[in-house]
Design a protein around this ligand. Structure first.
Ligand code: AMP
Length: 609
């Protein structure tokens, strides 16, 4: 029975889990760590590094090391988030052919799903090593507030990594699944998820008959750990300007160092009452004068700087509870997810709001992957004696653009998915033969403030009087939260072929090409690792053989027999070294046998085994 893995593809760290014998388990990577940094790098020799090894060389190879690619996935190049990332990222973010963003590493340009695929591939291989079998199926989680473009791009990443993504599920929902799994409880839970770039809150009902129903979800995809970092950066920049009259923001390198230091300080303040930020030689003050930045930030000061951000999350929580039609005392449990919930002030604010402490025993880094693995196993009926149904909702309203640049709602926020809505359109002008429709996702009444998922044109309509030609368009959101659109010409009953712009910015052909390239790369990497292994075996065999030389020389001093035996052994070593220097793996393997024969020959002469 093939296993399905659950993957939490995080902004900073990722995690993989599987259900074994009915129990969900986190799979540790080769280094023994349960989380793998979501980092990818390309070395000078063109080698791809993923996870801890990419992180270890990040400082010395910053321009070719990608972190936090999740902030960019499914986003347009000209979006505010991408502009912000360009200003602070050491790696080059460039515009893709369809307005998406891409990353240049050394001489190659990669799409964001390709980068994410490298992380997914690594997690897949961690799981394969652990399970000892091939893994092709996965459930991947995304923030509840991800829009269609971001979900689609995440699915594309899975495909490039050679994974059949059987379901995309929301991170808070996965957390609740993991929390309620196997407990046979009837409870209403709130999942507060504050990650690196996004915030969301979900209210779920868990029932003892195995139904996990999301009642409401809301969030802010512009609010996350990075905004907390930004507050520290602004505080540092302002202080420096007051002292030296220099704007550090104008220096890319300085800004990058500020950003790293700010995040580090933030994390330290989760455990310490104060932290020192020390950045020597941050910038030149002119006339060979190097300036240093050194400041102390206390937890109280940091909490003051970020109080507004925390308050914003609480306001969203309030709305969500209202939407769910619930009172605070009707929430039984509070679950905290996401790295930012380690900040004491965040924990205190949420607990104060809900008037209850967060659940203990829920690991914020692992709970999401565990939930994904549970959902995967349930979808494949691999959880014995346990019925499980997951009913999630769409976090964002789906609509179309109508006159005056406004939005007409088709599927409201918090509608249980899968769902569909059909709408009839008629022509508005005489002899109109085409209708253009813009599909939007978001909460604003103004079309321009929503995410444009795609635009399509219904063409080839019969030329007739205005209002005579009717079209039926069906908008669908599947269980992954992914949107699709179908249209029918009511005149002819024929399905209209509609083109929705490829939402992740990748076409089918591109995804296929990237999948092939990722596969070829993996094969090259495997053969590279294999050749490295054989090379080491040859070196050891040579060392073993040479180790016998002094004894043979001593035992057969001056005899032709001894000289001949040593000269033959030298020959074998020479041929072996040549095979190593040419990287000829086939020849190296042959020489391994020859070296062993030579060793046995010399050992035999010495009366050894
Ligand atoms: P996630 O997206 O769940 O991986 O969360 C990542 C965010 O959590 C980043 O903004 C991190 O800086 C932040 N984070 C991680 N560890 C801590 C910590 N100990 N204290 C405060 N924030 C943290």
């Amino acid at each position: 029975m093939e296993k399905v893995i659950g993957i939490d593809l995080g902004t900073f760290n990722s995690c993989v889990a599987v259900v074994e014998g009915g129990t969900p388990t986190i799979i540790a990577n080769r280094g023994g760590y349960k989380v793998t940094p979501s980092m990818v790098a390309v070395t000078e020799t063109g080698k791809r590094l993923v996870g801890h090894i990419a992180k270890r060389q990040a400082v010395t190879n910053a321009e070719n090391t990608v972190y936090a690619a999740k902030r960019l996935i499914g986003r347009k190049f000209d979006s505010p988030q991408v502009r912000n990332a360009i200003a602070t990222s050491p790696y080059a973010i460039v515009e893709g052919p369809s307005g998406d963003c891409r990353i240049r590493l050394r001489d190659e340009v990669y799409s964001i799903p390709e980068i994410s695929a490298m992380i997914l591939k690594e997690l897949r291989s961690v799981a394969e090593d652990y399970l000892g079998t091939q893994v092709t199926k996965a459930v991947i989680t995304v923030p509840a507030y991800f829009n269609d473009n971001q979900r689609q791009a995440t699915k594309d990443a899975g495909a490039i990594a050679g994974l059949d993504v059987i379901r995309i599920i929301n991170e808070p929902t996965a957390a609740a699944l993991s929390f309620g799994f196997g407990k046979n409880i009837d409870r209403t839970v709130a999942v507060y998820d504050l990650g690196g770039g996004t915030f969301d809150i979900s209210i779920l009902e868990i029932s003892s008959n195995g139904v996990f129903k999301v009642v409401s979800t809301a969030g802010d995809s512009f609010l996350g750990g990075e905004d907390f970092d930004q507050q520290i950066i602004d505080w540092l920049v302002q202080g420096f300007r007051e002292e030296h009259g220099i704007d550090l923001r104008k220096d890319r390198m300085a800004l990058q160092r500020l950003k790293d230091a700010a995040e580090k300080a933030k994390c330290e303040l989760s455990v310490a009452q104060e932290t020192e930020i020390n950045l020597p030689f941050i910038i030149s003050g002119g006339a060979n004068e190097a300036l240093h930045l050194q400041r102390t930030l206390t937890r109280a000061e940091f909490e003051e700087l970020t109080a507004d951000l925390v308050e914003r999350t609480i306001q969203i929580c309030e709305h969500t509870l209202e939407d769910a039609g619930l009172e605070k005392d009707e929430i039984d449990d509070l679950i905290l997810v996401g790295g930012m919930t380690r900040m004491p002030a965040v924990q205190a604010a949420v607990s104060a709001w809900l008037e209850k402490p967060p659940c203990k025993g829920v690991h914020p880094d692992e709970v999401v992957a565990l939930g994904a693995a549970i959902q995967g196993a349930a979808l494949l009926d691999q959880i014995p004696d346990q019925e499980m149904v997951l009913l999630d909702v769409t976090p964002l309203r789906l609509g179309i653009m109508v006159k005056g640049g406004l939005v007409e709602e088709l599927i409201p926020q918090n509608t249980t998915v899968p769902t569909s809505r059909t709408k009839r359109f008629t022509t508005v002008r005489d002899n109109q033969t085409a209708v253009k429709i813009l599909v939007l996702q978001g909460e604003s009444e103004q079309a321009k403030d929503n995410e444009l998922l795609g635009e399509f044109e219904l063409t080839g309509l019969r030329a007739a009087k205005a209002g005579e030609v009717e079209l039926e368009v069906t908008f669908e959101i599947n269980a992954d939260g992914i949107v699709s659109v179908h249209a029918k010409d009511m005149d002819t009953g024929k399905a209209q072929s509609i083109m929705v712009t490829a939402s992740s910015g990748l076409t089918r052909e591109e995804i296929e090409r990237m999948t092939r390239s990722a596969e070829q790369h993996a094969v090259a990497q495997r053969s590279d690792e294999e050749s490295q292994k054989v090379r080491q075996e040859v070196e050891s065999a040579i060392a073993r053989l040479e180790g016998l030389f002094p004894e043979v020389e001593a035992a057969f001093a001056g005899s032709d027999f001894g000289k001949d035996a040593l000269s033959r052994a030298q020959n074998v070593i020479g041929v072996s070294r040549e095979a190593v220097s040419r990287g000829d793996i086939h020849r190296m393997r042959e020489q391994l046998e020859a070296l062993e024969r030579a060793r046995r020959g010399l050992a035999g002469m010495l009366g050894k085994p």
